[in-house]
Design a protein around this ligand. Structure first.
Ligand SMILES: [Zn+2]
Length: 179
């Protein structure tokens, strides 16, 4: 179970909100209406705030904080927060909604497909793409579907799955799928 904004003490909640609301943290993208984070971004492009207190570091995803703050309730177990704008840096409450992991995966699959340039098969995968593929595999998306999304041979997907290729790229331990 993930730490909820509502599990924090009042002081911790205030400190988190102050960090997010500070100047130079969010920039509005006029073209898309996205409120894009300029700080606190992790390697996967999500805003994360850590709270240091006592012996444990508490870590919260900022878009989840925003949804929990505005809805004044915890995110139910098993649901994820989806970006309807596909922009992981975005924390505009109007672009966020709750979804099931299945909906989220379908969304990622759609996104992957639309980013493939027709007639130009991508032969070389980036580390980020391999991570995406591993995430899709972990969510039981079929090999053939993945090979279509990334325009790669099905045997490449199979090699990634079996660890013959890209063994060095691993999903983070606490990785939870969120688009
Ligand atoms: Zn957005």
């Amino acid at each position: 179970m993930r730490l909820s904004f509502h599990d924090l003490t009042k002081e911790e909640q205030l400190s988190v909100l102050r960090k997010i609301l500070a100047s130079n943290v969010v920039e509005i993208n006029n073209a898309t209406g996205c409120y894009e984070l300029k700080k606190y971004l992790n390697s996967r492009g999500y805003g994360t705030i850590n709270i240091y207190g006592g012996e444990q570091i508490k870590s919260l995803k900022i878009h989840r904080v925003i949804l929990e703050f505005f809805s004044d309730s915890k995110i139910p177990d098993g649901l994820v927060v989806m970006h309807e704008c596909d922009n992981t840096k975005c924390i505009n409450i109007k672009h966020l909604r709750l979804g099931t992991p299945q909906e989220n995966m379908q969304d990622m699959v759609k996104k992957g497909r639309s980013s493939t340039v027709k007639g130009q098969p991508r032969r070389k995968l980036s580390e980020g793409q391999v991570l995406e593929i591993k995430r899709l595999l972990a969510n039981k998306i079929s090999l053939s579907q993945i090979s279509r999304i990334y325009s790669i041979h099905i045997s490449t997907v199979s090699d990634i799955k079996n660890g013959k290729k890209w063994k060095c790229v691993q999903l983070p331990f606490d990785d939870q799928v969120e688009a």
